[in-house]
Design a protein around this ligand. Structure first.
Ligand code: HSE
Length: 310
């Protein structure tokens, strides 16, 4: 019998401009590592959180890694106690799927520890318990790519219907992440309660165009489709320098650029690694100019999602 298991879960970009709550893709790194181990004490305990950022809740029911473990133990546990150790590689509240990575890594590790043999679809059900804490709503556009890897379309929520989408070779992503925190739960409160029909037509056209562009390796179509008329207009003011950062990405040759998840990070997609690095360079300069602490990541879209590492 196993006594412990560790899983790695990668960062992810959700929304992807035109796919609010329905599209996302995994990055190669950074990511979170979560270890779960049996303990002699009944119940679930957060034993340690290693994080450079703001402190995370130590109550497992309020922790994005704790909640999936509690739920999985309820259905598949053997009466053992479990303790959890979290290594946060992802900055909290940055917009690159930090809560999703902790929830998915915890669920994948717990599945391994309990030898529960769950499918990704079943693991997702438990990981949702963690994401619900962070955003106060059910959305799986970070969880699904983090778990499956690659680019994922959430075709529907009732029931959840995950469609992996093949992507062109050579698609690279730049993340410009100013070191400020935006809570998803707050960034969802400012979204419009209803959307004009004209905007629905624009958004669905772009979402369909993005998927078509990915499936046919049509980089120009991908670029034309990376527009968000629903979330970006109301969330951009939360991000200092947003319009300058977006302009820098396009000037450097990116196909498109928008907010990653609920921000404050921006993502840009490019047709080569060279362009993605140039985007990172120019956006880094803008953030330096604004005297903002920042991290810039350049990654391909990662085919591999969360996995067991020990
Ligand atoms: N689709 C979600 C949102 C992602 O934009 O609120 C949050 O990371």
């Amino acid at each position: 019998m196993k006594t412990s298991a560790t899983a790695f879960a990668p960062a992810s970009v959700s929304n992807v401009a035109s796919g609010f709550d329905i599209m996302g893709f995994a990055l190669e790194s950074p990511g979170d590592r979560v270890t779960v181990r049996f303990s002699g004490t009944p119940g679930v305990r957060i034993a340690a959180v290693h994080s450079a950022g703001s402190p995370l809740p130590m109550d497992p029911a309020l922790n994005t890694a704790g909640a999936p473990v509690i739920a999985m133990l309820k259905d598949h546990g053997s009466g053992h106690g479990v303790e959890i150790e979290i290594d946060k590689g992802l900055p909290v509240g940055s917009g690159i799927g930090s809560s999703a990575a902790s929830a998915v890594a915890a669920a994948v590790a717990c599945n391994e520890l309990l030898q529960a043999d769950l499918t990704p679809q079943e693991i997702l059900k438990y990981a949702i318990e963690g994401e619900r804490i962070a955003s106060g709503a059910i959305h799986v556009d970070n969880l699904a790519p983090c778990l499956w890897g690659g680019f994922v379309l959430v075709r529907g929520y009732d029931p959840i219907d995950i469609i992996p989408v093949r992507i062109p070779m050579g698609l690279w992503c730049t993340i410009a992440s100013p070191l400020i925190e935006i809570k998803t739960i707050e960034a969802r409160k400012i979204l419009p309660a209803s959307v004009p029909l004209r905007d629905v037509i624009t958004q669905t056209g772009n979402a369909a165009g993005l998927i078509a562009g990915l499936l046919t390796d049509d980089f120009a179509l991908i670029g034309r489709s990376l527009h968000d008329v629903i979330a970006e207009p109301v969330r951009a003011p939360l991000i200092p320098g947003f319009h300058r950062l977006k302009a820098a990405a396009l000037e450097a040759g990116a196909l498109g650029c928008s907010i990653s998840g609920s921000g404050p990070a921006l993502f840009a997609l490019s047709a080569s690694r060279e362009i993605a690095e140039r985007v990172g360079c120019l956006q880094g300069r803008v953030l330096d100019d604004l005297h903002m602490e920042r991290t810039v990541y350049v990654s391909c879209v990662a085919h591999r999602g969360a996995h067991i590492v020990e």
